[in-house]
Design a protein around this ligand. Structure first.
Ligand code: GLN
Length: 452
């Protein structure tokens, strides 16, 4: 098969399924076909397993000349003049960018319902949400539109949609993949990562897009292993921890049953599984919403109607440009975060909220460090529930925020976390979350591959 054949077939498949899942904001057909042709002319060699493979990109990753909206009205006319560093990795590995995927506006949300453009559907049941914020990235892979996509994860936005759609999603260690050109939500938490249908594909994709980048001040100068090469199905003697907080109150019975079954599978494979405690993880949601919103309120100051993007027509003064552009350009959830963040950072409240949140964040990190002194890997559910109905929770922010309780602590600690399919509950996929030590994605892939 040639790259051109595969690209044509990809667009045929997208046309066939897109009216049901609505995963894409923008398609990149002409450029993708031209790129495929160039790859065919150059010749595909077996040394690069990703050559000619179609990939979908979350719409908060900037792509030169290709509309990049972050699912916001305020970027509805933004054609970037540069590529994110991760896109340079995509191009140098000869993958074909087929389009930009739907998401929650500025990655704020857990159901892809805050997108200004469309509502993506769960690939298993069109009445259910695909999760979020990378809902388009997960649904596109689950619906067979693309074999791989990129998403971003600030508090669970790769792992939770992967869980809801029954695919593999990896949020690597903070610093593993360059964030240069990822439209910033909360800079100390954001990470890009791949979605795929299989663990091995995911390992290949992560190796391809990782690595040090001088354009990102938080990029890590660590070696990038060939993650796929280490997969042999042998996890005998691996020491796995199961935090008791992760199967506690609020976790659905069907989800819990699927995770306990996964525990048995790991034991049968020769690993040990023991109960541990992450006592401060219960504060994760509160800490996260202060830190993430504070960073967001600062990061989103650049959308002022002057530099780029949408500008309100209803203006008489400079102040009108700022106020009306932002009032009309941002959705409800984004405004809620900006207000919460501005409040937490304001004089007189800073010590009580932002500073305190930072201190509790350290306690959450220390909980994980204690566990990793004795164990190789932590497991638990990705989300307390399976996918819920479209419209069911979106008007209840507190319920939405609470549902990230199992993924958020991982971002606060900068650790790698992944979600892999672990059976069904109520006919919908359950995600098993694997949490690794810093820069030890290799152990997670080993365990996930043996389990799969
Ligand atoms: N659902 C969480 C939030 O709304 C996480 C989002 C994310 O990881 N980008 O902030």
């Amino acid at each position: 098969i040639t790259a051109s054949d595969l690209t044509n077939e990809t667009f045929r498949r997208i046309e066939e399924t897109e009216s049901q899942v609505e995963a894409f904001i923008t398609l990149n057909k002409e450029n993708a076909l031209a790129a495929a042709k160039a790859i065919d002319e150059k010749g595909i060699t077996t040394s690069n397993p990703l050559a000619g493979i179609p990939i979908g990109i979350k719409d908060n990753i900037v792509t030169k000349g290709l509309l990049t909206t972050a699912a916001s009205k305020i970027l509805s006319n933004f054609y970037p003049i540069y590529d994110a560093s991760v896109m340079e990795k995509v191009y140098s590995s000869d993958m074909i960018t087929v389009g930009k995927l739907n998401m929650d506006e500025f990655a704020m949300g857990g159901s892809t319902e805050t997108s200004y453009y469309k509502k993506t559907k769960n690939a298993w049941d069109q009445t259910k949400v695909p999760g979020g914020s990378s809902g388009g990235s997960a649904a596109a892979v689950a619906a067979g539109q693309v074999p791989v996509s990129l998403g971003s994860d600030t508090g669970g936005s790769i792992r939770q949609p992967a869980a809801f759609n029954g695919v593999v999603g990896m949020k690597p260690t903070y610093g593993r993949i360059s964030r240069f050109g990822l439209i910033a939500f909360a800079s100390s938490l954001d990470q890009i990562g791949p979605f795929t249908r299989t663990v091995k594909d995911n390992a290949l994709a992560l190796s391809a897009v990782s690595g040090y980048d001088e354009k990102d001040g938080t990029s890590a100068g660590v070696e990038v292993p060939d993650f796929a090469a280490g997969l042999n199905g042998d996890i005998k003697g691996m020491k796995i921890a199961l935090p008791k907080e992760y199967l506690g109150e609020g976790v659905d019975a069907g989800v819990k049953a699927a995770i306990l079954k996964a525990v048995d599978t790991f034991k049968a494979l020769g690993a040990s599984v023991e109960e541990v405690s992450l006592p401060h993880s219960k504060y994760g949601v509160q800490v996260y919403y202060i830190i993430a919103s504070s960073e967001a309120s600062s990061n989103l100051q650049r959308f002022d109607g002057i530099r780029y993007g949408f500008r309100s027509e209803k203006v008489q003064s400079l102040e009108d440009v700022y106020v009306n552009t932002r009032s009309e350009g941002f959705g409800e959830e984004v405004k809620r975060r900006i207000m919460l963040g501005t409040f937490s950072l304001s004089a007189g409240y800073y010590d009580a909220y932002f500073k305190k949140a930072g201190q509790v964040r350290t306690l959450i990190m220390q909980d994980f460090q204690k566990v990793f002194a004795d164990y190789d890997l932590i497991i638990g559910p990705t989300s307390p529930t399976v996918a819920y109905g479209i419209g069911e929770n979106i008007n209840d922010p507190i319920t939405m925020y609470q549902s990230d309780i199992l993924t958020i602590p991982v971002n606060l600690a900068g650790l790698p976390g992944m979600s892999i399919p672990a059976g069904l509950s109520e006919g919908l996929p359950v995600g098993l979350q694997l949490i690794g030590n810093h820069f030890d994605e290799a152990t997670m892939y080993k365990a996930a591959y043996a389990f799969e």
